[in-house]
Design a protein around this ligand. Structure first.
Ligand SMILES: [Zn+2]
Length: 301
């Protein structure tokens, strides 16, 4: 029987990429094992969907997808999965209503589980990607700093490395929870994103499958604080919400998203010859500039 870390690895493998794991119990059990399917249903990580119209071949024949039709006269097993006509692989299979229930993995429930296990706060968004197969989970504290927490379900290839490097270059504190390592995952991930502003945490190192669902491994090493101890006030910001003090992470986030504002002026640092970086929206474009302390915002001449 598969050990707990291997069982969670099988789940993470299914989560990798764009597809949503799901199907009838029979197919899920084939991939994940019966105990894992039970645990995922019990913890609502698998949610019940519509009745299946197809059923896998009981002998695992890939050329034997079965159409489900009513099994007239049998109240206990009211459906029957019939093999395609012609090449007969196996006999028609009478089925109960329960056997035909489909189950779909709930990313929303998974995000909620990760938030609980890793002390992530704020609203998760598992509908809109911030990068292909990457979702915002909220914010959490790790290594003494507040970070944006992401769920990254496709670390294969070089594009995700570029995404992480870009965040590093912008000084955006990040913790990315990733699927299991695969041979397509760049070794650079483990080499460069273990510590620092951008940290990648492989969920296979942190999670195991219990009877009640996914839980932290006893030997998990990641330490996440549920809050940052006294975040140092870095500067003040005045925006639509009024004036407030913010920490450095928040400051960097605002600077990185300056183009989203109608008007922007950063007096904490100078850019050239003592000028302050500023910018403003002109039509659809965000025009960047710099002003001295005695100037207002530049006008077009
Ligand atoms: Zn068959």
């Amino acid at each position: 029987m598969a050990q707990a870390p291997d069982r969670v690895r099988a789940l993470l493998r299914m989560l990798q990429g764009a597809g949503t794991p799901g199907g009838v119990r029979k197919s899920l059990e084939r991939e994940l094992g019966r105990e894992t399917v039970d645990a995922l249903i019990a913890s609502k990580l698998l949610v019940r969907g519509a009745r299946a119209t197809r059923y896998p071949c009981p002998r695992g024949g890939s050329h034997c997808p079965r159409e489900v039709v009513p099994n007239v006269g049998d109240t206990e097993r009211p459906f029957v999965a019939v093999p395609p006509s012609g090449e007969l692989c196996c006999d028609p299979l009478p089925l109960t209503e329960a056997a035909l229930a489909t189950w779909t993995f709930s990313y929303r429930a998974f995000a909620a589980t990760l938030s609980r296990l890793f002390a992530i706060r704020g609203e998760a968004n598992v509908r809109d990607e911030v990068f292909p197969a990457t979702f915002a989970l909220g914010r959490c504290a790790h290594g003494g700093i507040e970070r944006d927490a992401f769920l990254m379900l496709d670390l294969n290839g070089s594009a995700p490395v570029s995404f992480l490097r870009a965040r590093q270059a912008q000084g955006l504190p990040t913790v990315a929870f990733a699927h299991a390592r695969s041979r397509f995952v760049s070794p650079e991930i483990d080499a460069h994103f273990r510590t620092g502003a951008v940290v990648v945490v492989f969920l296979e190192d942190e999670l195991e499958m219990g009877f009640e669902g996914v839980r932290r491994r006893a030997d998990a090493t990641l330490v996440l604080a549920d809050h940052v101890v006294a975040p140092a006030a870095f500067c003040a910001v005045v925006d639509a919400r009024g004036k407030r003090t913010i920490d450095e992470a928040e400051y960097r986030r605002i600077v990185a998203s300056a183009h989203e504002y109608d008007l922007f002026l950063d007096t904490t640092t100078t850019v050239d010859a003592g000028r302050y970086a500023c910018g403003r929206r002109e039509g659809d474009a965000f025009v960047r500039s710099a002003v001295t302390a005695y100037q207002g915002l530049p006008t077009r001449s």
